[in-house]
Write a protein that binds this ligand. Structure first.
Ligand code: MN
Length: 485
């Protein structure tokens, strides 16, 4: 039975760091460059006689990630050569870190981390139709962060959530755009399965690990883990054996396929790169753990708690504000304009998360849309105030907001020009009603003798007298009140 098998997953995540130049040379680090082989130089092309120089910005990025996950920041670090031969690796080795990573331990969303280290990216291979491939070296030597978790994840959903949280964190720290579709963040899952009923001693061996690559979305990550769980458990159940190998994920068939049998660490013949010095991190003031921690921005987890505490938001609203930085900034500015009045802010949250985000979704990137809105937070706050004062019905507010979104402008002016302003001035409405009743003595008599339709008639006349701008609820109450006298 499949339920007799336990799933164990560890993740290895690579993220391209946002830096001005590459990891060990002055070539530009520009992920948006479309022309092949322009951001290259003798160093990243591995010409003989060239020497690498460590990129300070990249080291700092990884240390900041380490500080954010509360890992142990190294006192010193070394770079090692990871040897393998492939056309996308010009030197015949990748400069990586083996024995002395920048960060050890730490955790994110309760998932314990093994390490975070710094290395360089490979070139991009383009496998063309026919019998040849092209290599673009723009990416060769771009700073790459590698984060490894402990094998402590036991379901696909947790793995997906961890990867989503890491993406958010990297974006909050400004160290990587971490776009999975663009390959800026690449997730590999080490999946193993074993029988539940093994003794605890045997269970700690975790079964044979299969590494799954080519995961270009969070959904693919989750599906691939589920697929591997089923494949491995079925294979074990049938008396088969799991092969330690690397498998690729095929999005079209929603299945994994064998790529190669997995290398062991010793296949890479790691050794310290003699061209690079040991980096004494403690001697560099800006790399001091206290300094790094002090300069961290508000992290996603902290923002969640703050939004919950300050605005009393539900999980769904929070996830929108935490994911889209400009949306949260918009809310915070609106809330300030509204004097953080609880009910007004709650109303604002509703109109932002349902109406405004709904409109923005149709236009693509929600964050981008909020950065380029045609109206400011103050105009939006004014709209919320109009709703609160019942100067606008909720229907009217939606219409006004749609105009603001499309063309910009002040809500009061739009409401007026579209005839959507509700008259909610009680004194003013009372006067109108009094005149109305004086002009229609017969209808008043009808109402007093119990004709309900008379009220409808008076309502109609009242709306007509105010050109449809009366708050209907208020109008009705005033008519009833005066007639009761
Ligand atoms: Mn790596």
């Amino acid at each position: 039975m499949l339920k007799d098998y336990v799933l164990t997953v560890g993740l290895e995540i690579h993220a391209e760091l946002k830096t001005r130049t590459k990891m060990f040379c002055n070539s530009k680090n520009d992920p948006d460059e479309t022309r092949p082989n322009v951001n290259i130089c003798p160093v990243c092309m591995a010409h003989p006689g060239t020497l690498p120089v460590i990129n300070r910005e990249a080291v700092k990025h990884v240390l900041r990630v380490g500080a954010a996950v509360e890992g142990e920041l190294a006192d010193f670090t070394e770079f090692d050569r990871k040897n393998y031969f492939y056309p996308d690796i010009p030197k015949g080795y990748q400069i990586s870190q083996y024995k002395y990573p920048l960060v050890k331990g730490g955790s994110l969303l309760g998932v314990v981390l093994t390490r975070v280290h710094l290395e360089e990216d490979t070139a991009t291979s383009l496998h063309e139709e026919g019998d040849y491939s092209l290599v673009d070296f723009n990416r060769a030597g771009v700073p790459l962060m590698e984060l490894v978790t402990e094998p402590v994840i036991h379901d696909a959903r947790t793995a997906g959530n961890f990867a989503r949280e890491l993406q958010l964190l990297l974006r909050y720290l400004g160290v990587s755009d971490a776009n999975m579709e663009k390959g800026e963040m690449r997730v590999e899952a080490n999946v193993s399965v074993q029988r539940f009923d093994l003794s605890p001693d045997l269970r700690s061996n975790l079964g044979t690990k299969v590494e799954v690559k080519n995961l270009n979305s969070f959904k693919s990550l989750e599906r691939a883990i589920e697929y591997e769980y089923n494949r491995q458990a079925e294979l074990l159940e049938a008396g088969g054996e799991i092969l330690q190998e690397t498998r690729g994920w095929n999005d079209a068939t929603q299945s994994t396929y064998p790529q190669r049998t997995k290398e062991e660490a010793h296949d890479y013949r790691y050794f310290p790169d003699p061209d690079l010095p040991t980096l004494m991190l403690r001697e560099i003031p800006e790399f001091a753990p206290e300094a790094l921690k002090r300069d961290l921005p508000e992290l996603p987890s902290e923002k969640r708690s703050r939004l919950e505490r300050d605005f009393n938001l539900g999980a769904e609203a929070i996830s929108i504000f935490v994911e889209y930085f400009p949306v949260a900034l918009f809310l915070e500015t609106v809330a300030k304009s509204l004097d953080t009045d609880r009910s007004a802010v709650a109303l604002a949250v509703n109109y932002i998360t349902s109406d405004l985000v709904g409109l923005a979704k149709g236009a693509g990137d929600i964050g981008r849309v909020f950065e380029t809105l045609k109206f400011g937070p103050a105009d939006f706050a004014a709209l919320i105030t109009m709703i609160q004062k019942k100067e606008l019905s909720s229907r009217g507010a939606k219409d006004v907001l749609a105009v603001m979104y499309k063309e910009g402008g002040k809500p009061s002016a739009i409401a007026k020009s579209k005839g959507l302003t509700q008259k909610s001035d009680e004194g003013e409405l009372k006067k109108i009603v009094e005149t109305l009743l004086a002009d229609n003595p017969k209808v008043v008599a009808d109402y007093k003798s119990g004709k309900e339709s008379a009220l409808q008639f008076l309502m109609g006349q009242g709306m007509k007298a105010t050109k449809g701008s009366a708050n209907p609820e208020m109008l009705k109450n005033i008519i009833k009140e005066i007639l009761r006298k």
